[in-house]
Design a protein around this ligand. Structure first.
Ligand code: HEC
Length: 156
């Protein structure tokens, strides 16, 4: 019995240790993902916007002017993609594939996004698997608003 107990404790410690390790790994990966975003995506996608900025930008678009960025902000992209690919696994797979082989047919953005900005270029083709995985995870975990919440806060 004592032996069994010792074994059980040893296994529990091991399991707890692994869980801690994997959450640390995820944190590191998300940090790396943010750098990948800065270097490869931020020139088109702002990280996030204020409701006021969205209002101004909507006005500019209505007046036929170009918005101050060339893609939807990442806070919006994250909420939108989660609506269609809610689990981390499906979300990450979609993002990795989309940035490598984007197309209007595959995309889940609002039709307005393609009209204003056109289809995204395949920037993922020059990126490593690791970088794509990291940026997709960052995009998944960085924002936590649902699409419905996003549209309520930022109507457009
Ligand atoms: C040259 C500008 C540009 C760069 C750089 C860029 N994107 Fe985009 N991205 C766009 C545009 C434009 C759209 C909206 C049209 C579309 O979805 O294709 C978009 C849409 C997206 C979408 C939504 C896909 C959909 O339609 O459902 C994701 C996800 C995305 N980008 C991720 C990224 C990531 C991650 C990076 C960096 C690794 C990145 N983008 C770099 C222009 C860019």
């Amino acid at each position: 019995m004592k032996k069994l107990l010792t074994g059980f404790v040893a296994i529990s410690v091991l399991v707890a240790g692994c869980q801690k390790k994997s959450s640390e790994n995820l944190e590191l990966e998300i940090k790396k993902g943010y750098l990948v975003y800065k270097n490869n995506c931020s020139m088109c996608h702002w990280e996030t916007v204020t409701p006021e900025q969205i209002r101004n930008i909507r006005k500019m678009v209505k007046e036929g002017k170009r918005p101050p960025f060339s893609a939807p902000p990442m806070s919006e992209v994250s909420a939108r993609v989660k609506k269609f690919y809610p689990t981390e696994e499906k979300f990450v797979a979609f993002v990795k594939d989309y940035i490598t082989n984007p197309s209007k047919e595959k995309g889940v953005c609002l039709p307005m996004a393609y009209k204003i900005f056109g289809v995204m270029p395949p920037v993922g083709r020059n990126m490593s698997e690791d970088s794509k995985e990291a940026v997709a995870k960052w995009l998944y975990y960085r924002f936590n608003m649902s699409w419905e919440e996003f549209m309520k806060k930022y109507p457009h």
